[in-house]
Design a protein around this ligand. Structure first.
Ligand code: BTN
Length: 242
């Protein structure tokens, strides 16, 4: 992973460039990195604040041999790899909020955006986009993000090496990706549950089909969140804002 590196000073989004390269046939593990993104993308059509030199803004091209409908599993795999990466460097209380946010004391430190391309139900490639707010200071955040976002620097009080983070992430990711291909999703699911914040807690979720309230119990083999409702029934969430 990361043996082919495409490094840019400024891009609209590393996702867009990674898609173009993937369409041109670059190999699995090609990594697109930018010092700055001018139109960084988040989930659900949101933008991603990506100031120059302050974070890790990267997209990894993957060509997994899996059915298209398994791709959400990879989001959880990336989240586990990221969480392990940060905890290995510094024992911060970083945890995963389903499906793909990394939080420190309730504030977001990192986000994952998985996009795939398929033809006739056959998966062509997946772009795993990762944003880590590394060395941002309070003043680097616009007002609307200051309350909900944090950085590794703010949480730990020290500057972080972005190179070390990227290298360590690629190692953690590769180990989990090999495990996934060898043993399937179950070991990833177990590792994810051990790092999750919302399990066993009451949650309120905004879904495309309306709001859901209940207790988050576990995730299933597809990465969906299982929520126990007050009437005792269990509902599965595939896409929601918790
Ligand atoms: C989210 O939490 O909503 C996902 C955020 C993903 C941001 C990363 S930064 C690198 C890559 N390029 C993008 O435009 N987005 C992802």
């Amino acid at each position: 992973m990361g043996k082919t590196l495409k490094l840019f000073d400024s891009l609209d989004s590393t996702q867009s460039v990674a898609h173009k390269l993937a369409e041109q046939g670059v190999g699995e593990g090609t990594l697109v990195l930018a010092e700055q993104q001018t139109a960084g993308r988040g989930r659900m059509g949101r933008s991603w604040h990506s100031p120059k030199g302050k974070g890790v803004w990267m997209s990894l091209v993957l060509r997994p041999q899996i059915p298209v409908h398994f791709t959400p599993q990879l989001t959880l795999l990336v989240a586990v790899a990221l969480c392990r990466t940060i905890r290995k460097i510094e024992p911060l209380p970083v945890a995963i909020k389903w499906p793909n946010d990394l939080l420190i004391e309730g504030k977001k430190i990192s986000g994952i955006l998985l996009e795939s391309s398929a033809e006739d139900e056959r998966l062509k490639y997946v772009i795993a986009g990762v944003g880590i707010s590394v060395n941002l200071r309070e003043e680097d955040y616009p007002d609307e993000l200051r309350e909900i976002g944090t950085s590794l620097r703010i949480a730990s009080g020290k500057e972080w090496s972005r190179t070390e983070l990227i290298q360590s992430f690629l190692e953690q990711f590769e180990t989990l990706y090999e495990l996934y291909h060898a043993e399937g999703f179950e070991p990833i699911r177990v590792a994810w549950e051990a790092l999750a914040v919302s399990l066993g807690k009451p949650i309120r979720a905004r879904t495309p089909k309306g709001n859901v309230e209940g207790v988050a119990e576990s995730i299933d083999e597809m990465g969906a969140l299982l929520v126990r409702l007050s009437d005792g029934n269990v509902t599965k969430l595939y896409s929601a804002e918790i």
